[in-house]
Write a protein that binds this ligand. Structure first.
Ligand SMILES: Nc1ncnc2c1ncn2[C@@H]1O[C@H](COP(=O)(O)OP(=O)(O)OP(=O)(O)O)[C@@H](O)[C@H]1O
Length: 964
């Protein structure tokens, strides 16, 4: 009866608890299934234990009997106080028994540590609670174990443990395997969906745990269920529940009514109190294996539980302050707790847990929402992952295909390479063979050619040897002849020289004699001019007189006789004056003829070929100058040039100084004016009816053009002088006509430099030997009738000279330019005529002959220049020889012309000499300017030019004669 009543009461309480505790997922559970609810609770405990937040200080203080079993534990506590449940569950293992079993891996590994287990303050608080005989449970597994240990301790021997042991137990608090350093209350943030789910579950469990503190009541609900109900389909295997039920066994035990002994309620309460103190945390072995003496754990007594009647509670409350101490058994000193106090505690705890449960539920809801959100996100990510995976697979397959292609291509390339190498090798072999064959053939051919050449060479050598011997014999004969002739020639020359010296001496004497005569003649001439002027004046005065007389005659005519006589006297005087004037004029003409003769004699004495040397000033300061000296500054006829550096075998300097002598030497300081002063007499000869030729010879840049054709050069000066002199001579009855032409000889061709025609006609040279006149057909001729025409001709000549430079391919020195001026004079008084020609020649640069490093057109030009200059040298040489021969044979100056005509002069060998035929030679007056550059780099050319000029200077070509 007692048991049955108790069971009914327990069932009612459980139903109430179910409603109050708001068990999770109540809808999923079968209504009214108390055992299933308990099972769920147990599982919730297991799952959410670690996540349960620690109770507040006040709550902790209230939870003296707290367990982590929540309301069920509370109910069981209550039941433990009131019910005496028989112990039918011998089959079930106690916590200690189960401690020997291996731990469930999931629960130990993943649960976060309990803050309380790590928090020393909590520990101390817990200890304080223990000292005050109240137990504070913070829901941690360690606390639960502690309670179990306490239970174990309490049941171990049934004897109250010594104080020292208790102290030790309370001090050395076991550390749960779940312990960690994580601070209390720190929310763990889920890292993954799995974490999130775990967190969510933990929250759910926590809420369950919070709402359901662990039961510490007597026995387990399963035991109770086994007692009052049929066993549930699902056994209550949750260890915590079992542990809790086991841990509450002492409480249950204290309610067991000992039938054999009459125990008062106070005693029981005392015992209960004592038993409560036993719930103080006791260190549990950390590993279940350490619990090696489960046999020490006393099993619950099988005695039926004695539940106090409802009436007993007020009785207990009405108890005097001096509380009766209740002991667990009469034989033990284990004190039981005060039931009222515990009841109040439980009630308060219940309220707290309820509040916590509600809070937790709210958190669960939000967590669920988060979970759903994260699930969606996860699904989305999963979808992306699958698409990425697909693309990766596709790329992999493409990559595979490409790799196959690459391999195939590599393979084909290898094959092609091998094929090519093979073919190359074959070609090389073939080429080697062909080459070898060709080489062999060429070797044979060369050998044959060599043999042939050797034979030919032998024959040639023999023939040439023979010819050489013959030639040698001939040359030896000729040499001996020449040497004989040379000796004779030398002797003859010596004689000639002596004779010439004699002649010069005679001429000098003659000159000395003539000089005063000439001076006298000049004086007479001046006097005559003066008297002529006076006569002119007289004539004019006479004319005026005559006019006066005529007027007088007219007057006298009217005045008869006297007038007639005066007129006759005047006429007589006039006639006398005219006659006197005529006499004077005649005298003047005679004097002019004498002057010309004397002038010609002087020119002849100076020589028909005269050579002037002119040294150009240096143009740059950097150039090293050749060493030149002018030993006779007064006479200015010599120049000494230090030759090219020479050293003998001993290394001694044997450089020679070469002396040269000319008719005149102009040093670099002398101007064109001074030069012209020296040649002006020669220009006058042209007016006197002589052929005059002035040419400039020298290397390029030596100053030929500057001397001949520059603005104040010889050509302009000559023209101006001729024009002015001709004008002067008009007074003496001379009337001159002057014709100028300007031609050049380029590549043995004549070109007109004054011609306007675009297609110039061919120029030809024609000599009129009878009149000793040279004509260039088709050449433009400009007459110099007035001063303007002179200037015009000069400007045209200058312009054409520059055009000529262009025409002559860049350099004027590539051609010989010849200015020809024909002078024809007629004396209206005497009826005499004179024909003279003035040739002014600017030769091409002489160095081109030797230093020509040209080809093509330039080579042709060089050859042409070379030929023409060489011909000029030959002509001058031949003229000298002819003159010598003529002089030798006839020994007369006057007959030189005849002798020259008999000698062969190679005028026709070049256009230049052919053009100047009548201006060179014995009948003409020739002046050669040898132009010299002062720079040392030009020394070679300078010496060559000076030697050539000296050779020309020594040439005697006879006496110039007037043109007929
Ligand atoms: N006596 C001088 N005083 C001053 N300058 C001179 C003199 N002689 C020549 N020169 C200068 O030297 C340079 C070369 O002279 P020029 O052209 O007359 O030489 P060239 O031998 O006649 O040359 P080309 O090859 O043209 O015939 C010119 O610049 C000229 O002005």
């Amino acid at each position: 009866m007692y048991t049955q009543g108790t069971m009914i009461e327990a069932t009612c309480i459980l139903t109430l608890l179910q409603q109050l505790s708001m068990l999770p997922q109540p809808s999923t559970r079968p209504a009214g299934s108390v055992m299933r609810v308990l099972n769920d609770l147990s599982e919730s405990d297991n799952n959410a234990r670690n996540a349960m937040p620690p109770p507040s200080a006040s709550a902790t203080g209230l939870k003296r009997q707290g367990s982590n079993c929540g309301l069920r534990s509370l109910s069981m506590q209550v039941l433990g106080l009131r019910l005496s449940v028989p112990e039918p569950a011998q089959k079930r293992k106690t916590l200690i028994e189960r401690a020997g079993e291996p731990l469930r891996p999931a629960s130990s590994a993943s649960r976060p540590p309990s803050a309380a287990s790590q928090n020393p303050s909590n520990t101390s608080l817990y200890r304080t609670s223990s000292n005050a005989s109240t137990i504070s449970r913070n829901g941690s597994i360690s606390s639960r174990n502690t309670s179990n240990s306490s239970y174990t301790g309490s049941l171990n021997s049934g004897i109250r443990p010594p104080a020292s042991l208790k102290s030790a137990n309370s001090t050395i608090r076991p550390k749960s395997s779940y312990g960690s350093n994580k601070p209390f209350g720190a929310a763990s943030r889920p890292n993954s969906i799995a974490d999130l789910q775990a967190s969510h579950e933990a929250n759910a469990n926590k809420s369950k745990q919070t709402s359901l503190p662990k039961m510490r009541g007597p026995r387990s609900m399963s035991d109770m269920a086994q007692t009052s109900m049929p066993p549930p389909a699902r056994p209550m295997s949750m260890s915590n529940l079992r542990q809790a039920s086991s841990g509450r066994i002492p409480s249950v035990v204290i309610q067991v009514r000992d039938k054999n002994r009459d125990v008062s309620l106070s005693t029981q309460l005392d015992r209960f109190h004592l038993s409560d103190s036993l719930l103080e945390p006791v260190e549990l072995p950390q590993t279940p294996t350490k619990c090696k003496s489960p046999t020490r754990i006393p099993k619950a007594s099988p005695v039926p539980l004695a539940t106090p009647t409802p009436m007993e509670t007020p009785r207990l409350r009405r108890k005097s302050p001096t509380k009766t101490r209740h002991f667990l058994t009469p034989h033990t000193s284990i004190e039981l707790p005060d039931p009222d106090e515990r009841y109040n505690d439980f009630k308060k705890m219940f309220e707290d847990y309820k509040q916590m449960y509600q809070d937790t539920q709210t958190k669960i809801d939000s967590a669920r929402e988060d979970t759903n959100h994260y699930r969606d996100k996860m699904a989305q990510l999963e979808q992306e992952r699958s698409s990425q995976t697909e693309s990766i697979i596709q790329l992999k397959s493409e990559n595979q295909t490409l790799q196959y292609q690459v391999e195939a291509m590599e393979k084909s390339m290898q094959e092609t390479k091998k094929d090519h190498e093979h073919r190359l090798e074959e070609l090389r072999r073939g080429h080697r063979i062909d080459l070898e064959t060709l080489r062999q053939e060429q070797r044979d051919e060369i050998e044959n050619l060599k043999n042939d050449h050797r034979d030919d060479l032998k024959l040639l050598v023999q023939r040439y040897q023979q010819e050489l011997d013959e030639e040698r014999c001939k040359k030896n004969d000729a040499l001996s002849q020449v040497s004989t002739q040379g000796a004779l020639e030398k002797q003859r020359h010596q004689l000639e020289l002596d004779r010439k010296d004699q002649e010069v001496t005679t001429a000098k004497l003659e000159l000395e004699r003539i000089e005063p005569v000439l001076q006298r003649e000049r004086q007479i001439n001046d006097d005559l001019r003066e008297s002529l002027r006076c006569a002119g004046d007289n004539a004019s005065s006479m004319e005026s007189t005559r006019q006066g007389l005529q007027a007088k005659i007219a007057y006298l005519e009217s005045d008869n006789q006297s007038q007639s006589e005066a007129y006759a006297a005047m006429e007589k005087r006039m006639n006398e004056a005219i006659a006197k004037s005529e006499t004077i004029e005649e005298k003047l003409r005679v004097e002019e003829a004498i002057r010309r003769r004397l002038h010609n004699q002087v020119q002849e004495l100076k020589g028909n070929i005269r050579v002037f040397c002119r040294v150009r000033p240096t143009l740059t300061v950097d150039d090293e100058l050749a060493k030149m000296k002018y030993p006779d500054p007064e006479e200015s006829t010599e120049i000494e040039v230090r030759g090219l550096d020479q050293k003998n075998a001993m290394g001694k300097d044997i450089t020679k100084t070469l002396p040269f002598s000319f008719d005149r030497v102009f040093d670099p300081s002398q101007t064109n004016d001074e030069v012209f002063h020296e040649i002006s007499q020669l220009i006058q000869s042209a007016l006197d009816g002589y052929n005059v030729c002035i040419f400039a010879y020298g290397q390029t840049g030596s100053g030929k053009t500057y001397t001949m054709s520059s603005e104040d050069g010889m050509i302009p000066r000559a023209l101006r002088q001729i024009y002015s002199t001709s004008k002067d001579l008009e007074d003496r009855g001379w009337k001159y006509t002057m014709e100028g032409s300007f031609v050049e000889v380029y590549n043995e061709e004549l070109r007109d430099l004054l011609g306007e025609e675009k297609t110039p006609k061919k120029l030809e040279i024609h000599h009129d030997m009878e009149n000793e006149e040279t004509t260039v057909t088709n050449a433009t001729k400009l007459s110099l009738d007035n001063k303007d025409q002179v200037e015009s001709l000069l400007s045209q000549a200058m312009a054409r000279r520059s055009v000529a430079a262009t025409k002559a391919n860049e350099q004027s020195s590539r051609s010989h330019s010849v200015f020809i001026l024909k002078l024809v004079g007629r004396n209206s008084v005497t009826g005499k005529e004179s024909k003279g020609t003035l040739n002014l020649v600017d030769l091409a640069g002489s160095e081109r002959i030797k230093n020509a490093e040209t080809s093509g057109q330039r080579l042709k030009e060089t050859q042409s220049i070379n030929t023409s200059l060489s011909c000029l040298g030959d002509v001058i040489g031949a003229l000298g020889q002819g003159h010598a021969a003529g002089a030798d044979s006839r020994a007369s100056l006057t007959n030189n012309r005849d002798s020259l005509s008999t000698a062969h002069i190679p005028y026709r060998n070049s256009k230049l000499t052919y053009l100047l035929q009548l201006s060179l030679g014995g009948n003409c007056k020739t002046l050669m300017f040898v132009m010299v550059a002062p720079e040392k780099r030009c020394l070679g050319e300078t010496i060559t030019s000076l030697k050539f000029a000296e050779k020309v200077s020594r040439t005697r070509v006879g006496v110039a004669k007037k043109v007929k």
